[in-house]
Design a protein around this ligand. Structure first.
Ligand code: ADP
Ligand code: MG
Length: 244
């Protein structure tokens, strides 16, 4: 008999106000291991604030967060960011300019590059960057830097990976290819992913679960085809109408 596992990441009734205005308002969702969830909504709706609270670099006014069923923060208790086993990848993926590719990827690993050759080589091979092991970030294209940043974020095998608009700095023509490559690697690694985007097309292409956000609230959540076929209201329908 199998025992049901708790979700990998569970966010319960999260609320955050700035100057009396709720920018995150009673947000709840759960993500299973191996799932990619896209937090989708227009600019300013509260996506990055939600991510920052999950990462532990901002604090909620109400609500709690659990990883594998274990409390990582509520309003009384808080595990610091570096002990949450949560990986981060932001828009300006900011590789360390003074470190070669291999050392960038090994940065979060105990013992650095020498103690983790196998893991670093495996990831760089997986993102097709093996020939660039010793290159420095400024010698790489934007797409190549993005792939190194992905390898770096995954190297410590985070329980959850948070990605904030990870493709928005890239050339439009490269984006779909990199989205597909990224998704394949995320699936291989089996991590749970919370990816922030304002592009419906990106969420439709990548998500197992879409969390549609508006004015701080999750207005609808479900599989991409459910949101596309049965949008909760006219505004949601209009948001998805451009996706082909
Ligand atoms: P999104 O990522 O969806 O574009 P954000 O979470 O960055 O939205 O911001 C949501 C709202 O909260 C915005 O109106 C933003 O101006 C406001 N906000 C974010 N951070 C702060 C802050 N530290 N102080 C005051 N207002 C903030
Ligand atoms: Mg944002």
């Amino acid at each position: 008999m199998s025992v049901k596992q708790p979700p990998r990441l569970e966010v319960q009734n999260l609320t955050r106000a700035f100057e009396g205005r709720r920018v995150v308002d009673d947000v709840s969702f759960a993500i299973e291991a191996g799932q990619v969830a896209c937090l989708l909504g227009p600019s300013g709706c509260g996506k990055s604030t939600t991510l920052r609270i999950v990462a532990g670099v901002d604090m909620q006014d109400a609500g709690r967060i659990l990883v594998d069923g274990q409390l990582i923060c509520d309003t009384q208790f808080r595990i610091p960011p570096e002990r949450r086993a949560i990986g981060l990848m932001f828009q300006d993926f900011a590789l360390f300019p003074h470190l070669p590719v291999a050392e960038n990827v090994a940065f979060g690993l105990t013992g650095g590059w020498r103690a983790n050759r196998t893991r670093v080589a495996e990831l760089l091979d997986r993102v097709k960057m093996s020939p660039h092991l010793e290159s420095y970030p400024h010698e790489l294209s934007g797409g190549e830097q993005q792939r190194v940043a992905l390898a770096r974020a995954l190297a410590p095998r985070p329980r959850v990976l948070l990605m904030d608009e990870p493709f928005s700095g890239l050339d439009e023509r490269l984006r779909d290819g990199i989205r597909d490559e990224t998704l394949a690697l995320l699936k291989d690694e089996g991590t749970a992913v919370l990816l922030v985007t304002h592009e419906p097309h990106e969420a439709m292409r990548m998500a197992d679960l879409i969390l549609l956000m508006r004015d701080g609230r999750i207005v609808q959540q479900g599989a991409p085809y459910n949101l596309y076929n049965a949008p909760v209201d006219r505004q949601a329908a209009a948001f998805f109408s451009d996706v082909n």
